[in-house]
Design a protein around this ligand. Structure first.
Ligand SMILES: C[S@@+](CC[C@H](N)C(=O)[O-])C[C@H]1O[C@@H](n2cnc3c(N)ncnc32)[C@H](O)[C@@H]1O
Length: 299
């Protein structure tokens, strides 16, 4: 599905129609019963639990309101960094992993679990659907409403929901692909919603990811070094690891990108104001991107 302009009210109708065309996609986060769209604006399960579709087309399926540390400043900053092209090689690499397994032209479903402000999912879909034979429905879920609001306002071609990966609001065996980029995972839930021959693509930091920031913001603390070994071990205990692809490069930074770079990462949460000011003042020229793409199957 290509990108196109849709008005606010049109976005809600578009989401409602995408949901209606894909019966039994969602399940109620309260009782697990199936859900359907009513009057193009409400989402109701067979036990009458009701959730509104917002004007921009996302649905909030959290059972209670939640405040997280992932706030609007962080997502605005991630969007700025994303738009600068820092993550383009990553999204191309993920698209290449997926394209290798797309054997038929049936419409496939891809979930971005912990999608944040939605840019990765949107970019990956746009790379893949350059091939006219590839048909993919993209769905993004994130626990942060701020992220999902930004995603739904910008990217109308996918379905966006506020939800918890520990209680995914989706029916069993739905997704051909789950992507999970720099976000927490819940492997029981991933296994439940993945089709039997589906693929999980998880992106985790390598030890040098954002090392220039890490070493300055967390100098002399145990956060100054990072290893992803235990994360890989846990992934292996839950999925058959069919491939690990490592991506490492340096991205040169224009100075207006330094502040959003600091604000986009949880590394800034526990940094002191002094160390943040020091980084802002020193004019970083490059940043290291060091990531691993773990590809897993159920069997
Ligand atoms: C570092 S951000 C990455 C976001 C996005 N994948 C990206 O790369 O820009 C981590 C994301 O995980 C989300 N997250 C954390 N806990 C979650 C949960 N229990 N369920 C769903 N999303 C969660 C956060 O809200 C945040 O958007």
């Amino acid at each position: 599905m290509g990108r196109f302009f849709v008005s606010e009210n049109g976005k809600r109708a578009l989401s409602a129609s995408l949901i209606s065309q894909n019966d039994n996609l969602f399940r109620c986060p309260i009782c697990s019963n199936s859900m359907k769209v009513i009057e193009l604006k409400r989402f109701v399960c067979s036990s009458n639990h009701c959730f509104d579709l917002s004007k921009s087309g996302y649905v909030n399926l959290l059972t209670h309101p939640l405040k997280t540390k992932y706030d609007k400043v962080m997502f605005d900053s991630r969007r700025i960094i994303f738009d600068s092209g820092v993550f383009a090689p990553l999204d191309i690499a993920i698209s290449n992993v997926i394209i290798e397994t797309l054997k038929s032209d049936d419409c496939k479903k891809m979930l971005d679990a912990g999608c944040g402000e939605g840019s990765h999912l949107s970019k990956i879909l746009s790379y893949l659907t350059q091939d006219p034979y590839i048909r993919l429905l993209g769905m993004g879920v994130d626990i942060s409403k701020e992220g999902i609001v930004l995603a739904s306002k910008q990217y109308s071609e996918s379905l966006w929901s506020v939800g918890d990966i520990a209680n995914l609001p989706f029916a069993n065996n739905q997704f051909d692909f789950i992507i999970n980029i720099l976000s927490p995972s819940n492997y029981d839930e991933f296994r439940r919603v993945l089709t039997d021959d589906g693929l999980v693509v998880k992106v985790i930091p390598g030890s040098d990811y954002l090392q220039e920031l890490r070493s300055l913001l967390h100098r002399n603390t145990d956060k100054s070094v990072y290893s992803n070994e235990s994360t890989i071990g846990l992934f292996r205990r839950n999925f058959t690891l069919v491939n690990i692809e490592k991506i490492r490069y340096k991205f040169s930074l224009e100075s207006p990108l330094i502040e959003p770079l600091i604000n986009m990462t949880p590394l800034s949460w526990s940094a002191t104001k002094e160390s943040v000011n020091e980084v802002l003042g020193m004019g970083l020229k490059n940043i290291t991107i060091d990531l691993a793409i773990l590809v897993g199957t159920k069997e």
